[in-house]
Structures are given as C-alpha cells and as structure tokens.
Ligand binder design. Structure first.
Ligand code: FE2
Length: 300
C-alpha cells in the first residue's frame, strides 16, 4: 500500500456524492458556512496585525496578474517561504506617495502564512479540509501557497481571467484552490466569477522562473493559444462570509475591480498532491529546511 492510499484510508469523508459530482462537472464547488464567524474574525485580525507590523521598503511590490505589469522582483520570488505585503496597483499617486493609509493600500499578503503564522496555521491545517481534499481525489494534499486578499474599497484590483495551474504547476496537474470568504463577496465588491466546466479544457500557459536565482525574474510560456473565456461566459459566485469555494487548477476564473465602499477580504490556500511532480521552475520555492506539510498534519 502506498503512502497516498494509506492516507486516504484514514481521511473522514466530508462531502457527499452530489457535491463531489458537482465539483467534477463544474470545476468548482461552493460550501456555505465551512468556516465559522469567529475563525474568520481571527484570521482578519491576524492579517491586519501583519499589515500593521509591515514596514514598506524603498521598493514597492505591487501585485497584478496583468502579464506586462506583474511584479516579478526579488520579494515576490522569495515570498514562497516568507510573509510579504503587496500593494494595490492604484495605491500610489504619481509622486509615489500612498494615496491613503497603509492599511487600505495592501492588495494581499503572501505566501507562507500557513506555515509561519499560528493563526493562519490553525485555520489551514484542519482535519475537515484534509477530508474535503481527499474527497475530491487530491491524494495526500500538501499546503503550498497561502494568500490573504483584501480587495480594498475603491481600489481593490481586478484579477484577470486565469487558471491556477499556470502559476503553480505539477505533473500531473493537481493544484487545487481552497478559497474562503472572510467577508461577504458580492457583485459590488468584486466577487469571484468562474466558467462552469471550464476545467475540462487545456492549460493555456505556464509562469516560469527565467533562471536559477531570484534576480533572473520570470516569464510566461504559451502552451495553447485558445483564448480563455470572456466575462460574459462566466457566472458570479456571490457568497457570504464563511463560505469556502473549491477551485480546480484548470478552471478559468476572474474577479473584477472593487469600486465600492466595502472591502472583500478572502483567504486562499493552494494545495498540490504529494504524488505529483513539482518542477523546479515553479516561481514558488521552499528551502530544504522548510518542506511542504501535509494538510492532514502527518508530515511530508
Ligand atoms: Fe486564481
């Protein structure tokens, strides 16, 4: 018996057959009330604390998935094993001065809070989440990347239509996103949109390190020139705080800019299967003394 098979045997089932079938058909699954309100409040407080402690350096790190503008600097490439705050693209005026407070200017925190911050760790390594991963066929899930996304009032940036396997690639492709609404996500404040069944298509491109060091930057490599769906083909996922949305790694999804007065906080944890190969050229790297850990907490 392989380690993965042994792991699956001890996992308690969380999803019912109808939910598993829905996930296989649509490439996403919405589970209301997965995280309770107090856990969401704890995570929000922990995120706010990280931002309060964050001292911006001279070099701004802005997050956007628009290819040309994507920040690929050393902080980004090192953030797979650290905690870093990325500014909104519209946070600065022409002089490079913050337009509003630091607290309302951060786009997201990434990408290793689940292993470095005890509150994020507790939220991420929970048996019921490991059970969900097992139910959808993610064998021996490892927690790879965490993001706390603020989607700030008025300036919360658009995240262009993409497939998560572009940014976190395994062979075979296993990356799966567990997205938690920490605040209500609505059409007004930039909820997720997804293409039902869109995971049953090809991966369009991969995001690779251009060299062996963080200074070498990154590049996109096109695999299939077929366009991703247009916004009119996507459905909105308006969900209440505490809802978890599972996203297949090949599912095209998007979220709009937030021009409303309300933020849209979310936490996202991306996992891969320990049974898959994780190429060295992925942007996210872990040093040898910080190995990926199993969602079920059985070591990796
Ligand atoms: Fe995504």
């Amino acid at each position: 018996m392989s380690r993965g098979q042994a792991y699956d045997l001890v996992m308690a089932s969380v999803l019912d057959d109808r939910q598993i079938e829905q996930y296989r058909r649509d490439g996403f699954l919405v589970i209301e009330g997965f995280a309770d309100r107090s856990a969401c409040a704890d995570l929000k407080a922990a995120a706010n604390h990280i931002v309060a402690e964050f001292e911006p350096t001279g070099q701004r790190t802005i997050f956007t998935t628009n290819e040309q503008e994507r920040a690929s600097n050393a902080e980004f490439l090192a953030s797979g094993s650290s905690i870093w705050c990325f500014f909104e693209q519209e946070a600065f005026d022409a002089d490079g001065t913050l337009r509003t407070s630091k607290e309302l200017s951060i786009n997201k925190i990434g990408h290793a809070m689940h292993d470095l911050d005890p509150v994020f760790e507790k939220f991420s390594y929970r048996p019921e989440l490991a059970g969900v991963a097992s139910d959808i066929g993610l064998v021996d899930a490892l927690a790879l990347q965490s993001m706390y996304i603020f989607k700030q009032p008025l300036i919360g940036g658009e995240v262009g239509c993409h497939q998560d396997s572009t940014f976190l690639y395994t062979d075979p492709m296993t990356v799966t996103g567990f997205w938690f609404a920490i605040e209500d996500a609505t059409l007004q404040n930039g909820c997720l949109w997804a293409k039902p069944g869109g995971h049953r298509t090809s991966l369009r491109k991969v995001f690779k390190r251009a060299g062996t060091t963080d200074d070498d930057g990154t590049r996109f490599e096109e695999l299939d020139s077929s366009p991703l769906p247009s916004p009119s083909e996507l459905v909105p996922l308006e969900v209440a705080a505490g809802t978890m949305v599972i996203l297949h790694g090949l599912l095209p999804h998007w979220s709009d800019i937030n021009r409303s007065e309300k933020s849209r906080h979310a936490y996202s944890l991306h996992c891969i299967s320990a049974a898959s190969d994780y190429p060295e050229w992925n942007w996210l790297r872990r040093p040898l003394d910080m190995p990926l850990r199993s969602l079920a907490g059985v070591g990796a």
